[in-house]
Every structure is written in C-alpha cells, then in structure tokens.
Design a protein around this ligand. Structure first.
Ligand code: FMN
Length: 220
C-alpha cells in the first residue's frame, strides 16, 4: 500500500479483534512515526503503549471512573462548537450512531456508545499520549503531526486505530496505572489493533468538506 492509498484507507475503527499485535510490528510503526517533523525538532510526544493485560486493567479502571469521578482533562476539551464546526460534529455523530443503530432520541444507546470508549473498543492495545505541561500551541501541533503520521503508518501496516480524546478525561487514572510523570499532561489515547471487519460500527465513514471550504489558492 503506498502513502496515497493508506491516507484514503485510514478511518477510525471502533471494534477490534482480540489478537495482540506482535511487539516488532508495533515498534516498526512507532519508529516510522518518529520521523514526524516538529518545532525545532523538539519531538514533544510522550507515549505509553499497553500490552493486552494492561489495556484490560486500564479499561476496568476507566469504566469505574465514569461513574465515580468528574471529567478533568489536563488540557481543556472544546465545549462550544460555532458553525460550521457544529454541523460537522452533528454529521460525524449521525454517521457513527447510524452505523451503530443508535437512534437520535436513544439516550441510553448514546450512553452505551460513549462507554465503548472506556472499553477501549476491546482493542488489545492502547497508546496514551502526553506532553510536557509547560508547552503550548506549537508543540501540541507537533503531537498532532506525529499522530497523523502514525495513523497512516499503521494503516499501511494493516493495523487499525481510533484516536480517543475520551481516554484523556480521567488523567489521574492513567497517571497512576501507567506511571505518567506529574509534569506531563495527557492529550489523548489511541485504541489500536486489528480491525473487526464484521462489526457494524466499523462501517462508519465520515465525509470531508469541498477543498474550497478549507484551502484558498492565491495568485493562480
Ligand atoms: C485528537 C482526536 C481525538 C478523538 N477522540 C475520539 C474519541 O474520544 N472517541 C471516538 O470515538 N473518536 C474520536 N476521534 C475520532 C474522530 O471522531 C474521527 O477521526 C473523525 O470523526 C473523522 O473520522 P475518521 O477518523 O474515520 O476519518 C478522535 C480523533 C482525533 C484526531
């Protein structure tokens, strides 16, 4: 698969087969993503990848946190979505809930869908991504560039993934189990493994705006 094909094939997977990914395959894709560019080459991403047993323990603790703890991300989640972002968010939700067969007014179904995040979608591995709390916007961009590079590298390798800001909602749980240093803030997690191709949720596909909504060409 070349990079063009991998970019087009990549999508967020939200159901995984139970098999672990061999460690050498994980090391290969994470090594490739190390090539991502960053501000002054500071490489600010800090990543903890869990083996299946640790992933299940993490899931158990996070599921418990959903009913006992307040959401307290280290980096604030967006709370307001002005247009056109609100429209994109609604469409993304409709695509996901549609694939899961969850109706618009099915509050319980939506809660179950949200809780699937904390089951880490049954993925055998999670990558928890943090960065030094002292950094601001530009190093966070670097981590985003790294994430994009990693996701494409994983697709080319036959792996599936879903970035998960939801995993950053309870950072104290992650910090304690995974020994994330206090001076690092958790940005997001990534569920990763082999895609369960039979799961209806994995039929979810999102659309993109026409190019002119995002990109202007000047002087052509
Ligand atoms: C930083 C980041 C955080 C995300 N957090 C979540 C999440 O918590 N749960 C989830 O199901 N999807 C999450 N996603 C996946 C997005 O919903 C998805 O990328 C978007 O809808 C586009 O769909 P696609 O990845 O299939 O192209 C996240 C994506 C990114 C880049």
């Amino acid at each position: 698969m070349d990079s063009h094909e991998a970019i087009l094939a990549r999508h967020s997977a939200r159901a995984f087969r139970p098999e672990a990914v061999p460690r050498e395959v994980l090391e290969r894709v994470f090594t490739l993503a190390q090539r991502a560019p960053s501000w002054c080459n500071i490489q600010p991403w800090r990543v903890c990848v869990t083996a299946p047993e640790v992933t299940r323990e993490l899931s158990k603790l996070l599921l418990a946190a959903t009913s006992t703890m307040a959401i307290e991300p280290d980096f604030a989640f967006p709370t307001k979505y002005p247009e056109p972002y609100s429209k994109h968010r609604r469409e993304c939700g409709a695509a996901l809930y549609g694939a899961m067969g969850v109706g618009r007014d099915d509050g319980e179904g939506r809660r179950r869908a949200w809780l699937r995040n904390y089951e880490i979608f049954d993925a055998p591995h999670a990558a928890v991504v943090s960065m030094d709390r002292r950094w601001g916007t530009y190093p966070a961009i670097d981590v985003g560039v790294w994430l994009g590079t990693l996701l494409v590298a994983m697709t080319a390798e036959g792996l599936a993934a879903c970035p998960q800001a939801a995993l950053a909602a309870y950072p104290s749980v992650l910090r304690e189990l995974l020994h994330i240093p206090a001076d690092e803030g958790v940005l997001f997690g990534i569920a990763l493994g082999f895609e369960d191709g039979a799961a209806p949720v994995n039929a979810c596909r999102t659309t993109r705006s026409p190019l002119a909504e995002n990109v202007r060409f000047v002087g052509f």
